[in-house]
Write a protein that binds this ligand. Structure first.
Ligand code: AMP
Length: 190
């Protein structure tokens, strides 16, 4: 079982690389952003709460996210090939909660893969994605807030995972296939 945290700023290619990993390795996938957008679409209480944070470029409170995570993870049963965590964790308390949740099940994160992309490129990609997908938080003002939140609340996780000895840095700028080859190199060597 190879549980993977795919890590990086909004627009760094986590979703794209996750799709390729799923196709090649048969992994399961948890995108907390997708889970929340689904809740919004279904008009649930959680969705209503989440929408305000998302539209404002802020993170949903840790307690809510941590509760959701275990229930989604357990849907995959005990014998999966690995789960890709995409968009989670985004804070140190979330990383600690993920570790505890997996420990309780005798599982662990096998690798954290950081996709490193320069800020200018992130902005370009997200504005384009907003035009194509209609995601309401992919507008310039909200993107700036999200990148600010990424720098202040999420980047400390790089050091956190370095201490866990499972951090892997990948240059996320360039050819998709080269980036995916680098990702596979990490996974194949776990
Ligand atoms: P994403 O699709 O991963 O870019 O997430 C979109 C938005 O959902 C984020 O800007 C946050 O508002 C919210 N979100 C997704 N995952 C998390 C998380 N792990 N913790 C807090 N908020 C989250």
């Amino acid at each position: 079982m190879k549980n993977i945290v795919i890590f990086g700023a909004p627009g760094s290619g986590k979703g794209t690389q996750s799709d390729k990993m799923i196709a090649k390795y048969g992994f399961e996938h948890i995108s907390t952003g997708d889970v929340l957008r689904n809740e919004i679409k279904n008009g649930t209480e959680l969705g209503k709460t989440a929408k305000e944070y998302i539209d404002n470029g802020q993170l949903i409170p840790d307690e809510l996210m941590i509760d959701i995570l275990a229930s989604v993870y357990d849907k995959f049963g005990k014998e999966h090939k690995g789960v890709i965590f995409d968009g989670f964790p985004r804070t140190i308390p979330q990383a600690e909660a993920l570790k505890t949740m997996l420990d309780e099940r005798g599982h662990k994160v096998a690798a954290m893969i950081e996709l490193d992309v320069p800020e200018e490129e992130l902005m370009k990609r997200l504005v384009l994605r907003g035009q194509q997908s209609g995601r309401t938080d992919d507008n310039e003002e909200t993107i700036k807030k999200r990148l600010g939140v990424y720098h202040s609340q999420t980047t400390p996780l790089i050091e956190w995972y370095k201490k866990e000895n499972i951090h892997n840095h990948i240059d996320g700028l360039g050819e998709l296939d080269r980036i995916f080859a680098d990702v596979c190199n990490v996974i194949d060597n776990i």
